[in-house]
Design a protein around this ligand. Structure first.
Ligand code: SAH
Ligand code: SF4
Length: 354
């Protein structure tokens, strides 16, 4: 359960327009004050002359309200943010305490922010609450970066920082490729939030054009792909994208990505009771990883399913048996922590409750 607090977040969309008549470095300084110094008020932007601070204070509000809900155990927090046009998105902070390393971006003692890339999602996956909402619009780069900023400000008060960002909230990042990569650049900026590419992970349901483009990006981020089924018959039932790109297509694209980048890829697999969690599915998945991908560079991350409607989560002993089959076959397999279940905040099931 949570309590409501009011949080200030900058409406950066106006920044460049307001500073249009000024030398270009002023907008840069303003952004550095916001993302680097994490100011809450323009009066704190010491690098800017007084007249600009006043102008910004008058015209570029730092105020919008976000509702923050904290889980009972304090391990996670969810922010419901209302954007300038009234659209609502959710962002989740996951505090990883001292637990052992589980997967690419989920490391011990670290703070990870799970961001949304779209309002809703057009992909319509059967198990996903966001998919059920339908699609409203893409988020701008600033709207994505501001989700991280919100929690960076909160953590700063504790002397802590945002260590990792995962694009696993609402939306399909690769349907909003340009804005997502522009947001990555903002997050990565050394004079801003300074989050390294290796601490940023993008999850896609398998939009192959996005995976292909990622190969040539200057900032190398981690790639995760939502597989969720080891064959077309099953995947088509769960994920409509499989009609456009049957499993073979994303698998080939990932193989190419691995070959070109020599980087690890996380294969996400939600464990849905009696749907995709059989021993046969595990064997088929192991076979796919071993024969068509590199078992050195592709690993499986089993995700505990958060029921949002017709499906149930696989029981823990089923998850264990599934994992054992993969591990025995030589496929590295991890399990994502069960963050945020109390606050309906787990990635992939955001905002539907609002
Ligand atoms: N659209 C992207 C990224 C957002 S979803 C994608 O699909 O990969 C992030 C992850 O959460 C995906 O692996 C998605 O399949 C998973 N997910 C969706 N609904 C979920 C639920 N109810 N419980 C657990 N994971 C879920
Ligand atoms: Fe969209 Fe990802 Fe949900 Fe599928 S799982 S509907 S791609 S957010």
């Amino acid at each position: 359960m949570g309590f409501r607090i009011s949080i200030e977040i900058v409406d950066l969309s106006k920044l460049e327009t307001i500073l249009a008549g000024e030398p270009a470095y002023r907008a840069k300084q303003a952004r550095e004050a916001v993302f680097g110094s994490l100011i809450d008020d323009w009066s704190q932007a010491r690098e800017l002359p007084e007249n600009l601070r006043q102008k910004l204070a008058a015209e570029c509000s730092l105020d919008i309200n976000a509702e923050i809900f904290h889980s009972k155990d304090g391990a996670s927090a969810k922010a419901l943010i209302t954007l300038a046009d009234g659209a609502k998105i959710e962002t989740v902070l996951m505090r990883h305490g001292s637990r052992p390393r589980a997967s690419l971006a989920f490391q011990a003692g670290r703070n990870t922010v799970c961001v949304s890339s779209q309002v809703g999602c057009p992909m319509g996956c059967a198990f996903c609450a966001t998919g059920k909402m339908g699609f409203k619009r893409n988020l701008s780069a600033d709207e994505i970066a501001e989700q991280v900023l919100l929690f960076a400000r909160i953590l700063k008060k504790e002397g802590r920082r945002v260590d990792n960002v995962v694009f696993m909230g609402m939306g399909e990042p690769f349907l909003n490729y340009a804005n997502v990569m522009a947001a990555v650049k903002i997050l990565n900026d050394q004079r801003g939030l300074n989050i390294g590419g290796r601490h940023i992970s993008i999850s896609t349901c398998g939009v192959v054009e996005g995976i292909e483009k990622l190969v040539d990006e200057p900032i190398q981020v981690n790639l995760a792909i939502s597989l969720h089924a080891p064959n077309d018959a099953l995947r088509s039932k769960l994920m409509p994208i499989n009609a456009k790109y049957p499993l073979k297509k994303p698998v080939e694209t990932i193989a190419h990505y691995i070959e070109r980048t020599n980087r690890r890829v996380m294969l996400e697999y939600i464990m849905i009771d009696k749907v995709n969690d059989s021993d046969d599915c595990a064997r088929e998945l192991a076979d796919l990883v071993k024969t068509r991908l590199s078992p050195k560079l592709a690993f499986v991350n089993l995700i505990r399913y958060n029921p949002t409607g017709e499906f149930l989560a696989s029981p823990p002993e089923r998850v264990k048996a599934f994992k054992d089959i993969l591990m025995k076959a030589g496929v590295e397999t991890t399990e994502r922590y069960r963050f945020g279940r109390q606050i309906k905040a787990a990635c992939g099931q955001l905002a539907a409750k609002s």
